[in-house]
Design a protein. Structure first.
Length: 89
């Protein structure tokens, strides 16, 4: 949450794009309606050979929200974690 707010306040990462939204299960204090609260549990189990996050179902549910909000009208859409480095130029 803190990292996303820092990026928002400094116009970095996804907030350099023409349009951006943050889907979260908590309300984030961002202006212009950039935060959407979704009724999903973001906690995921870990497992498999490499003990990775078993979050495929969460991703599917979030992409359904992306489509329902109309973001698929853009030429491209990205899903980025807050700790990812992203240069939209």
């Amino acid at each position: 949450e803190e990292l996303a707010l820092h990026q928002y306040n400094h116009n970095r990462g996804i907030f350099q794009c023409d349009e951006a939204v943050v889907f979260s299960n908590v309300t984030l204090p961002m202006g212009l309606g950039l935060s959407r609260v979704v009724d999903l549990d973001f906690r995921t189990k870990r497992g498999g050979q490499y003990n990775t996050s078993l979050n495929a179902e969460l991703f599917v549910q979030l992409w359904l929200f992306v489509a329902a909000e109309g973001y698929m009208r853009h030429d491209w859409v990205v899903k980025i974690d807050a700790d990812a480095v992203f240069f939209p130029e």
